[in-house]
Design a protein around this ligand. Structure first.
Ligand SMILES: [Zn+2]
Length: 453
């Protein structure tokens, strides 16, 4: 945020205490004297006497709304509410919706967790005091992150936890002046009991087609020495269980041909870690694509969860399961590759403006990596979606749930007889005069139509 342009009536700041950001409500800076766990910094801020352009490192401004929820984090339980509860100067701060009621008084907040659960999402019940009108939540590893919920009569909230193990969920309660009146935290445990069998002993080596296509490139799998935070399997879909065993590429020659036209180095990013999943059946399909279309560049292959998050991949991206690839056709074109993926049995495809995503998510995952499944109930989490909406004299097609980046959008305008009068690619489309209908095809898989006024 550009500090010089901040509204001087802002009354809420986030301040970093060591590594943990903490919510501090500054009704009046002086009112906070000694009330925070980070007293030294507060004293410095007081000397600024409310000058919001204070350049003390560790301050970051906020506009007094729900963005505050993202600043709350594990490890600050209790201390921020202590500082906030005594604040009683809302009238002098331009505190937004203040109606002259007494605001900022301490209230109560309790979050009730179901405890250990093995399915998502998790339903949390909340009991809040009489002045609370809104409760926001945040935690490391929840989805959506920092979701803020307008409190209804029961204050219940659903959160989806993206990683196994204990998670501390922080809740912050606001009164009608949007001032913090209480905080609370609760620990919810997403157990590893996801309906899947453990692999037990590591089984046979995993084999790939190899340079000759005779399935002679074989490697032993290992239990990863590094922990990868895979999300819990949604709906207990066995194709989304976390891998139990990995290739250890740290000990392998990355130049080895795992298929006639693909070296191991083309399918992974070694900088992101030594432990890798590449499912043999998916690699075989990739080679078949290459046989058909000529050289294909794998722009993204296996991603561990951390790598996937760093590139903005979907939470349950198939790149993390070793059967999804982003591809660029060096000797063909994107639309041909997109079509050929379907011909080669890809269960999910997306067409982007600079690559095609193909994966084989519906094919049973390789049990050497994933262990045996107790049951089979395939489902597709987060199906991609798109809307078609008017935007001035044009149209937009906002898309959500796509694995990576912006999908390719192909627009057409049709006249009243249904004949095409214009076609274009791009994020926004302005139909020519005389158009009756606009349609957009998004990512090669979804089509939407809208009438032109
Ligand atoms: Zn992809």
């Amino acid at each position: 945020m550009d500090r010089a342009t901040r509204d001087e009536n802002q009354f809420r700041f986030f301040r970093r205490c060591g590594a943990s950001p903490e919510i501090v409500l500054l009704g009046a800076l002086a009112a906070l004297s000694g009330a925070s766990a980070c007293g030294d910094d507060i004293a410095m801020a007081e000397s600024e006497t409310g000058a919001l352009s204070a350049d003390a490192d560790g301050w970051s401004g906020a506009s007094g709304d729900t963005t505050s929820s993202s600043a709350s984090s594990a490890g600050t339980t209790g201390s921020s509410s202590t500082g906030v509860a005594t604040t009683s100067v809302s009238g002098s701060t331009g505190g937004g919706s203040s109606t002259g009621d007494a605001c900022g008084a301490s209230d109560t907040l309790e979050v009730i967790s179901p405890g250990a659960v093995s399915t998502n999402p998790v339903l949390l019940a909340v009991e809040a005091g009489p002045s609370v009108v809104r409760v926001s939540y945040t935690a490391e590893g929840i989805f959506p992150l920092g979701e803020s919920v307008d409190a209804g009569s029961d204050f219940a909230v659903e959160v989806t936890l993206m990683t196994l193990g204990p998670r501390t969920i922080e809740a912050t309660a606001y009164d009608s002046c949007d001032e913090v009146v209480a905080t609370a935290s609760v620990v919810t445990v997403v157990s590893d009991d996801d309906g899947m069998e453990d692999p037990g002993e590591l089984g046979d080596p995993v084999c790939y087609p190899g340079a000759s296509g005779s399935w002679d490139a074989c490697f032993d799998l290992v239990i990863a020495a590094e922990h990868y935070d895979y999300p819990p399997a949604l709906d207990q879909d066995p194709n989304y269980r976390a891998p139990k065993a990995f290739l250890d590429v740290g000990g392998l020659d990355l130049g080895v041909y795992v298929a006639p036209n693909f070296q191991l180095s083309e399918l992974i990013k070694p900088a992101y870690g030594d432990y890798v999943v590449i499912q043999p059946h998916a690699l075989a399909r990739l080679q078949e694509l290459r046989d058909k279309l000529g050289a294909i560049q794998v722009t993204s292959g296996y991603r561990n969860p951390e790598h996937n998050a760093s590139v903005g991949g979907a939470t349950w991206s198939r790149h993390m399961y070793g059967d999804g690839f982003d591809l660029y056709p060096s000797e063909s074109d994107l639309e041909s590759l997109f079509a050929e993926c379907a011909a080669k049995g890809a269960s999910f495809r997306q067409l982007y403006d600079n690559h095609v995503h193909c994966d084989w998510r519906a094919e049973t995952v390789d049990t050497r990596f994933f262990g045996d499944a107790k049951d089979a109930a395939p489902a597709q989490p987060n199906p991609p979606s798109v809307e078609l909406v008017a935007d001035g004299d044009g149209f937009l097609a906002p898309a959500i749930g796509w694995d990576e980046g912006e999908p390719l959008r192909r627009w057409r305008a049709l006249d009243a007889q249904g004949d095409r009068v214009a076609e274009a690619y791009g994020a926004r489309f302005v139909p020519p005069a005389g158009s009756s209908t606009v349609e957009v095809e998004v990512g090669g898989v979804l089509r939407r139509t809208i009438a032109v006024d």
